[in-house]
Design a protein around this ligand. Sequence first.
Ligand code: FAD
Length: 307
Amino acid sequence: MNPLRSLILAAAGSEVVRHLVATTPGTSGVVERFVAGNTVAEAVTRVGRLVDDRLWVTLDYLGEDVTEPAQAEQTVQTYLALLDRLYAEGLAARVEVSVKLSALGLRLDERLALDNAYRVCAGAEQCGTTVTLDMEDHTTTDATLRVLGELRRTWPWVGGVLQAYLRRTEDDVRALAVPDSRVRLCKGAYAEPDEVAFSRAHEVDLSYVRCANLLLSGDGYPMFATHDPRLIAILAERARWYGRKQGSYEYQMLYGVRPDEQRRLAGEGETVRVYVPFGEHWYPYLMRRLAERPANLLFFLRALVSR
Ligand code: FAD
């Protein structure tokens, strides 16, 4: 992994750097580009605009690694309030939610996270929408897949995420490319050791294409989460090759990243879902975005300097 990326990802876990970034004037402009506000009301307003542009959405209430059951409970309550609000605004048909199990208590107790995820999924079912479980660092992969398997026994529509940078992922894709399953394929956003993850970008891209082939030739519903123009071109060709009709798979991109491309693909009739994070705990999420792309870091530094 390139040293700058490792450094920024290491800073994502530092309380001192978090405080520094949060209190630096100019940060809020950068946060606003990637994060859709602090509250449910703000997020739902922004989402309404995306839906007006024929985009689909998955909403993520920011927060990870809770250390107290009460924090996990607060996360559940926020998701339930969010789902009610989406239903009330008539948005639930186009807007689902993404959930990090660590924010539901995974590191405290897997059973607690499963019970909390059940409550969020039951709320989503009542509102007529779906849930996708985000994937976090490799120490949580097995537990996340176990919880996903449990939830899918009741709700086969619960989506999972697989990360192309993990060496194990092709096997996981094979297990999940089954009827009704919704699988988001991404490159992977965490600092991982060489034993478990490919470190060279080219190896990750090759793994992404191998996994995409498996998903497109399988019976599930693939959700391709990437901004990479080369991969998007390959995916379009591969989808045609496997006889996939538009709507039998989707593209996903992050809020604030390549918005013109999101609209271009939607204009061509593709299903495009935007991953929209909101909430006060934006720091680790923002740092992962900065680590992904030097241009994001430059944008951040320019915003600070231009104050
Ligand atoms: P990169 O390798 O970052 O970039 C490749 C190319 O894409 C660049 O060279 C450039 O041409 C283009 N590009 C990238 N960013 C930009 C930009 N800002 N502006 C213009 N062009 C750009 N990771 C997880 O670990 N777990 C998850 O659950 C998860 N969920 C995700 C959900 C969604 C919808 C998305 C889009 C990503 C998610 N990720 C997740 C993050 C993902 O793993 C990658 O870290 C992230 O998407 C960057 O990889 P990339 O495929 O976009 O390409």
